[in-house]
Design a protein around this ligand. Sequence first.
Ligand code: M6R
Length: 369
Amino acid sequence: EKGGFDWFMEKEINEQPQAVADTLLGRTDETGALVLDELRISEEQLRSVDRITFVACGTSAYAAMIAKYALERWTRIPVEVSLAHEFRYCDPIANDHTLVVSISQSGETMDTLMAVKHAHDLGALTLSICNTHGSTIPRESDGVLYTHAGPEIGVASTKGFLSQITACYLLGLYLAQLRGEAYADDTRVVLTELQETPDRIAEVLDRLERVREIARFMADTRSVLFLGRHVGFPVALEGALKLKELAYIHAEGFAAGELKHGPIALIEPGQPVFIVVPGPDTPHGLHGKVVSNIQEIRARGARTIVLAQDGDTAVEPFADEVIRVPRTSPMLQPLVTAVPLQVFAMELANAKGLDVDQPRNLAKSVTVE
Ligand code: M6R
């Protein structure tokens, strides 16, 4: 049942190209336009949306954070991300022009369910991005956009995460299409690239031997930091969460720009730091800024493990290790950079002799508050 892999998690990591492809399947018509009939929310209602709030927990909340960058860029609708358990208690602002999008792999997370119910009581439109047909959250929502990742058994979310990002991008591109135009990117170009992403993910899966080696060498490590910017920031948070939950190692993710506001004080000789580097063509010169961040921490003795696109040679002088990912446009990069971080955490847990599929203290679905 593990398909020849040692762990369900490993199987699910390897299923990610398929999970993303299946999430994209059947969602365009013959002209290449997006068709999301299953949403159950009318085009008219969707056109009237002037505010979007995502509610989710854990890894699903990181998918929401990534979605915020994309949806605001493509739709210019203000997007907010709220941890579901915080949403209910912060007097959220929502009305019938607010779209509250919940993201839940299981569809049974109690915190997220309660946030959806609260949003409904406030009169908001509720849309569930969910991987589990017939589960509670989609049933309690006005509309649903299923991810088609297939059952996820490992407690640590992997293919669930990539398929959530994919579904969020579909939603963003669809809203942009409904509103007549995308403000910043050509949605057709993004959609075409999104459809090619499963191949990029498969390429990443083919070159993970070095990450595995690094993980095995680091079995005694006590603390690992993860840095990223823009959509790479939630990827850094996700890398840290994976390491905490699987390998029980202290890990923190930061926005790289935040370093000099405090976290750089943590850097001492030998401190391992993963850095998710945006592609060289990322707007606003972000690539150069991250390269400077790497330089700053390296000068203070950090051991830098750099995730960089193919052909990005600028990182090399400051990297102790370079993990290469295929080139993508900036928004799609999380779909490739998340994968080596998943494998790193899994392999490190494995090297420590831990149960990768069932880490201590955790449940697959958190059905209590
Ligand atoms: O089923 P959900 O997507 O609602 O679950 C949310 C979180 O509990 C979940 O992502 C959790 O953080 C995972 N263990 C992360 O790997």
